[in-house]
Design a protein around this ligand. Structure first.
Ligand SMILES: Nc1ncnc2c1ncn2[C@@H]1O[C@H](COP(=O)(O)OP(=O)(O)O)[C@@H](O)[C@H]1O
Ligand SMILES: [Mg+2]
Length: 348
């Protein structure tokens, strides 16, 4: 649906800023694609290149088979009808009602009053604002304002919706409801959604695929589950650790001595990570039953990323050291990731 080829963007102001460096990305029809990065990474520049609000310094922007960088101003205006956009601060017209804000792009396109009404009433219904049509933006909550922004973007029947930090000004609860709305629209209308954010939570809630951007470069890219469970870059790991607790809370080790080596009287402390079908119970039960180990669970949790569960478990394999070693060997035969963090002894 969207292909970016060798996109570079240089801002030539007082000082020269290379905001994007040879970006290559393909976004498929009907997917929700997330781009995550810290402030200043180049996210807004990148998403604004997709609808040519920002003209790239070099490279091609191909949307639905058309290279937007090659279009005349007039053809570009037409092509942009297929690309809706929503913003962090909603960008609503304060002197217009909800209805008139949503109608605005259609008025510009020269549609009649009745055509406009026919088009936007179902959209206002989808975003849940039918009882708010005559309100002004100042009478709305942040979440409702973003719903107006979404309705306005949908009014032109776009194929693509670009979201620039669309939930960053909202509280967590409202963020969830707006993300759910975006997901519904994606599923019901088959709309391709590109969103940029600095919050991993947003990616985890709704994105099928994700790219991590830093300093104008795509660091890594892949399905959300893949990137969450197997991040390669340091920056990606940092983003993930902000939403998925992977580390043992310090209190958990309060009553233990931790050693690097398996010295007498210590037991292996093991971190397990499993994705999808593998449940934690059979693993622990297997260790207990097969090797007669006394397994203590120090920490455990399951995260849901899209529809895939990602479980994390930190356990101690207490018991006969020979049996504990057999237990470790057994874990290695299972379709789970494991790591021996160290060896612990309870201190009394
Ligand atoms: N209009 C502009 N003129 C000059 N520099 C800009 C302009 N817009 C963005 N930049 C610079 O480009 C880089 C990327 O900015 P931006 O795309 O806004 O990042 P993000 O959205 O990830 O915070 C930053 O260094 C920023 O200062
Ligand atoms: Mg930005």
């Amino acid at each position: 649906m969207i292909t970016l080829e060798h996109i570079s963007k240089v801002y030539e102001n007082a000082n020269r800023v290379e905001a994007l460096k040879d970006i290559n990305l393909t976004i498929k029809k009907g997917e929700i694609y997330g781009i995550i990065g810290q402030s200043g990474a180049g996210k807004s520049t990148l998403i604004r290149c997709i609808n040519m609000l920002e003209a790239p310094t070099s490279g091609s922007v191909i949307v639905d088979g058309v290279d937007l960088t090659k279009l005349s101003a007039n053809d570009l205006r037409k092509a942009r009808k297929d690309i809706g956009m929503i913003f962090q601060h909603f960008n609503l017209l304060s002197s217009r009602t909800v209805y008139d804000n949503v109608a605005f792009p259609l008025e510009l396109q020269g549609l009649s009053k009745s055509e406009i009404k026919e088009r936007i009433m179902p959209i206002l219904d989808i975003v849940g604002l039918t009882d708010r049509v005559n309100n002004y933006p100042s009478q709305l909550s942040g979440g409702q304002k973003q719903r107006v922004g979404i309705a306005r973007a949908l009014a032109s029947n776009p194929k693509v919706l670009l979201c620039d930090e669309a939930t960053s000004a909202l509280d967590p609860q409202t963020t969830k409801s707006i993300l759910q709305l975006l997901k519904d629209i994606n599923e019901k209308m088959g709309l391709t959604i590109v969103l940029i954010t600095h919050e991993m939570q947003v990616i985890r809630e709704i994105c099928d695929r994700v790219a991590v951007i830093e300093g104008g470069i795509i660091l890594e890219e892949g399905s959300t589950v893949e990137v969450f469970t197997n991040p390669k870059e340091h920056t990606t790991k940092e983003f993930i650790s902000s939403v998925v607790s992977d580390n043992l809370p310090p209190e958990a080790l309060e009553h233990f001595e931790l050693h690097q080596d398996w010295i007498a009287g210590t037991a292996p402390l093991v971190r397990l990570k499993f994705t999808g079908q593998v449940a934690d119970e059979p693993v622990v039960a297997g260790l207990v039953r097969r090797f007669n180990l006394d397994v203590s669970i120090l920490f455990g949790g399951i995260d849901y990323i899209q529809n895939t569960s990602v479980g994390r478990l930190i356990i101690i394999l207490n018991g006969d050291p020979m049996k504990a070693q057999e237990g470790l060997d057994y874990i290695k035969t299972l379709p789970i990731e494991s790591e021996v963090i160290g060896y612990v002894r309870a201190n009394h």
